[in-house]
Design a protein around this ligand. Structure first.
Ligand SMILES: Nc1ncnc2c1ncn2[C@@H]1O[C@H](COP(=O)(O)OP(=O)(O)OP(=O)(O)O)[C@@H](O)[C@H]1O
Ligand SMILES: [Mg+2]
Length: 246
């Protein structure tokens, strides 16, 4: 469903992505982990096209999108939530979701009507609200929502684009243990046909929701494999997981 072939990216003389390859089958749950500055977010930006690669290829569902824009890659099936907030703070949670759904449902013919009066869009928005566990706070302006709810809404906005591959950049960063558990549960409950690529520091989340891990270190793939393979890798234990993995 998603394939990256030998991606390279320099920022000045710094090689931040060093020959990184990645392959996700349909329905895969794949984590990218690694220390701060390892190049995880840059890898996401190369996959989505927000940052141009120096070399390498990206394929979405078998289609080569290496030369395509971020919008075209989104249309091809890549949906991403950002590490930093990109919500409409004055609008309610539902308004944020209906706006995002309206854009993706292509409502050219009814553009003069408020989005939430269009039942197709409203139903799509409410279905996503349920998936991201926000039904109880739908009518609250986003700036009054808790941090955890705001992060859940970010995942909802990514889902609104009806992606084949959902990319989440540290969805639990800054969250309390309770908020992390809610996020972990909702990610686990997403449809099994959805392919998920997730950058995550919280190893409970990684081991809880993913089945394969790519470990990045100084821009290159240190190890790639199943949870057990990564857990038992000496180099990962030394450099990243420490004794906690044993
Ligand atoms: N636009 C940019 N221009 C120059 N250097 C950059 C740029 N973006 C990132 N870098 C550098 O590239 C390296 C990788 O950054 P990146 O944000 O991809 O790391 P990360 O693994 O996501 O880190 P974190 O865990 O802190 O989010 C870092 O050394 C960073 O300083
Ligand atoms: Mg990052």
């Amino acid at each position: 469903m998603l394939k990256a072939v030998r991606l390279n990216k320099f920022y000045g003389s710094l090689l931040v992505t060093d020959n990184v390859s990645l392959e996700l089958a349909k329905g895969a749950r794949h984590a990218v982990i690694g220390p701060n500055g390892a190049g995880k977010t840059t890898l996401f930006n190369l996959l989505t096209g927000e940052v141009k690669t120096d070399s390498g290829r990206v394929l979405i569902d078998g289609r080569d999108v290496s030369k395509k824009s971020p919008d075209q890659r989104a249309q091809a099936g890549l949906g991403r939530s950002f590490q930093k907030n990109n919500l409409f703070m004055e609008l309610t949670a539902l308004e944020n979701l209906t706006t995002a759904c309206a854009v993706s449902v292509e409502l050219g013919r009814v553009f003069w009507r408020p989005f939430d009066s269009v039942s197709e869009v409203k139903e799509a928005a409410e279905s996503i609200a349920e998936q991201v566990d926000l039904l109880s706070v739908l009518d609250i302006p986003v700036h009054h929502l808790s941090y955890g709810h705001q992060r859940q809404l970010e995942v909802g906005l990514a889902l609104a684009t009806q992606p084949k591959v959902l990319m989440l950049d540290e969805p639990t960063s800054g969250m309390s243990p309770e908020e992390t558990t809610i996020m972990l549960n909702l990610i686990s409950a997403l449809p099994s046909s959805l392919t998920i690529l997730i950058i995550e520091h919280d190893m409970d989340v990684v081991f809880g929701v993913t089945d394969r891990i790519t470990v990045l270190d100084y821009g290159s793939v240190l190890v790639e494999g199943t949870l057990d393979e990564v857990r038992s890798s000496d180099i990962v234990r030394q450099r990243y997981l420490g004794d906690a993995s044993s």
